[in-house]
Design a protein around this ligand. Structure first.
Ligand SMILES: [Zn+2]
Ligand SMILES: [Zn+2]
Length: 353
C-alpha cells in the first residue's frame, strides 16, 4: 500500500477516506488558488474542479507555486491541473477555463462538499456567493492585503454570507451592467508570496478540517503579519441581505450544455420561457449608422462593418427567441446548470445533465 499518507495517519482524528471521497470546487487560480489547491491535492482531496478564465502572465510567477516560466501564455487551470496530478496522481482534477458564471453549473456547486473562493474582485465574490447561497453550498472566501489578509468561512448555509458584511451600496455593484465593468481595465495592487502563502494556508487548513468534520473558526480571520496577529472576528447575519433565497424542487432533464435550444425546448413545458442567470448577447447595433444584426452568444468587441465604429451589444436573460440550432454552451450556460423557467404556473427549476 502507498505510504503517501503515512504521516497523516499518525494525526489523531485525521480521516483520509473522508478526504478521498470529497469534491471541492476552487474558483480563481491566482496566488491564493495555487496555495489552496496545492494543500488540498497533497492532503488527498479526491476530486478538484478548478475554474479560472485567465492565462499565465510573467507577473504571476512570483506568487504561484504551480506555474513555471515555460507555462506563460497557457491557461492557469490547465497548468495547475497538470502540476497537481504530479503532486498526487491518485486525485482527479477537472478544469474550466471560463469565468465562474459560464464555467461551473449550479448542480455542480450543490453537489460539491466545499467551494473555495480565491477571487480578486467584489463583483466576482458576490456572484459566487449568490450561486452558493442558491443551492446552499458551504464556501470559504479569502483575500490578501499587502501584509496579511482575510479568511471568511461560510460553512453554515443558513448563517451569514459574504453579502451580509457589505453595505447595500457595496452589494449593488452586482447591478451595474456587466459590459460596463468588463471594459474597465483592472487596477493592479501590490502583492507578494508571503501574504498569499499565509492566507492560502489558513484557507487550506480550515477546508481540510471542515471536510474531516473537525472544528473550525466561528468567524472571519483577520491576519496581520506586521503584528503577528490572527484575530477571529464574529459575524452577524444582515436581515436586509438579499442573498438568502434558495432553489428547491429541481427537475432533472436529459439535456446537456452541449445540446441545442431545440432539445431544451422539447424538455420543458410548452410556451415556458427559460432564463439565464447572466445576461447573454442577443443583438449588436451601431450607434453611428443603421447597422443592426441578431447575434446570440457571449459579447465580444467588434467593429461595425459599415462605418468601423464599435458595436454595442444588447443583452437579455430570456431565451424565448433564441434560434433552435444555437447550443446552450454558446449562450454561456455551464455544464449541469440549473435554469429558471417561467411558466404560466410560476417559476420552475430545471437541471441540465
Ligand atoms: Zn447575506
Ligand atoms: Zn456603423
Amino acid at each position: 500500500m502507498s505510504s503517501l499518507y503515512a504521516r497523516h495517519e499518525l494525526i489523531p482524528g485525521w480521516k483520509q477516506q473522508q478526504l478521498a471521497d470529497a469534491k471541492v470546487v476552487i474558483v480563481g487560480m491566482g496566488a491564493l488558488g495555487n496555495e489552496v489547491a496545492r494543500i488540498l491535492a497533497m492532503s488527498g482531496i479526491g476530486s478538484l474542479l478548478l475554474c479560472d478564465p485567465d492565462r499565465i502572465e510573467e507577473s504571476n510567477l512570483s506568487r504561484t507555486v504551480l506555474f513555471r516560466q515555460s507555462d506563460i501564455g497557457n491557461f492557469k487551470v490547465e497548468v495547475a491541473a497538470t502540476a497537481l496530478r504530479e503532486f498526487n496522481p491518485s486525485i482527479s482534477v477537472e478544469t474550466r477555463s471560463l469565468p465562474l458564471m459560464h464555467g461551473v453549473g449550479l448542480g455542480e456547486i450543490r453537489d460539491a462538499d466545499l467551494v473555495i473562493s480565491c477571487l480578486d474582485s467584489r463583483l466576482a465574490r458576490l456572484q459566487l456567493t449568490g450561486r452558493c447561497q442558491l443551492v446552499k453550498a458551504p464556501y470559504i472566501d479569502g483575500g490578501t492585503h499587502l501584509w496579511g489578509g482575510e479568511v471568511r468561512p461560510y460553512l453554515d448555509p443558513d448563517g451569514p454570507c459574504y453579502g451580509c458584511s457589505l453595505t447595500p451600496e457595496e452589494r449593488s455593484i452586482a447591478d451595474v451592467p456587466w459590459s460596463c465593468l468588463e471594459t474597465r481595465p483592472e487596477s493592479s495592487m501590490g502583492a507578494a508570496v508571503p501574504s498569499s502563502a499565509l492566507v492560502g494556508t489558513w484557507m487550506g487548513t480550515i477546508a481540510v478540517r471542515f471536510l474531516m468534520k473537525m472544528t473550525y473558526p466561528a468567524g472571519a480571520l483577520s491576519i496581520d503579519s506586521s503584528r503577528g496577529n490572527t484575530v477571529v472576528i464574529p459575524r452577524v447575519q444582515d436581515p436586509e441581505c438579499p442573498l438568502h433565497t434558495s432553489i428547491d424542487f429541481v427537475t432533472k432533464i436529459s439535456v446537456s450544455s452541449q445540446d441545442n435550444m431545440q432539445k431544451l425546448r422539447s424538455a420543458i413545458p410548452k410556451s415556458a420561457v427559460p432564463l439565464v442567470w447572466e445576461p447573454v448577447q442577443k443583438l449588436v447595433e451601431c450607434l453611428h449608422c443603421d447597422f443592426q444584426e441578431i447575434r446570440w452568444g457571449l459579447s465580444s468587441v467588434d467593429l461595425c462593418p459599415q462605418c468601423q465604429n464599435y458595436l454595442r451589444p444588447r443583452t437579455t436573460i430570456e431565451l424565448d427567441d433564441v434560434p433552435d440550432n444555437v447550443k446552450l454552451a454558446e449562450l454561456g450556460i455551464p455544464p449541469r446548470e440549473i435554469l429558471t423557467v417561467k411558466t404560466i404556473n410560476g417559476w420552475h427549476w430545471f437541471e441540465l445533465e
